[in-house]
Design a protein. Structure first.
Length: 80
């Protein structure tokens, strides 16, 4: 879906109400803007978290990949 959004001279823009509702931004909220080679992408916090979880999922069950394992290895390296 492509929607035209106007930007005011001071840089403000408004997302249409139906899009805000679908994204869960009815009462306002934060969005993250990524500038890419193809243009600009807006993402909600929950979309960013879901993307990070998807990236981490393949490593979740890898031996030695837990936070506890990482902290133990760092403590061992520092002699604590």
């Amino acid at each position: 879906m492509t929607v035209q959004v106007n930007i005011t001279p001071n840089g403000r823009m408004s997302l249409p109400a139906d899009i805000r509702k679908r994204l869960g931004l009815v009462d306002g909220g934060a969005v993250y803007l990524d500038e890419t080679a193809d243009g600009v992408v807006l993402r909600t916090v929950s979309q960013i978290v879901a993307q990070a979880q998807a990236l981490a999922r393949p490593y979740r069950d890898t031996p030695g990949a837990s936070v506890e394992d990482f902290l133990a290895s760092r403590a061992g390296e520092s002699g604590e």
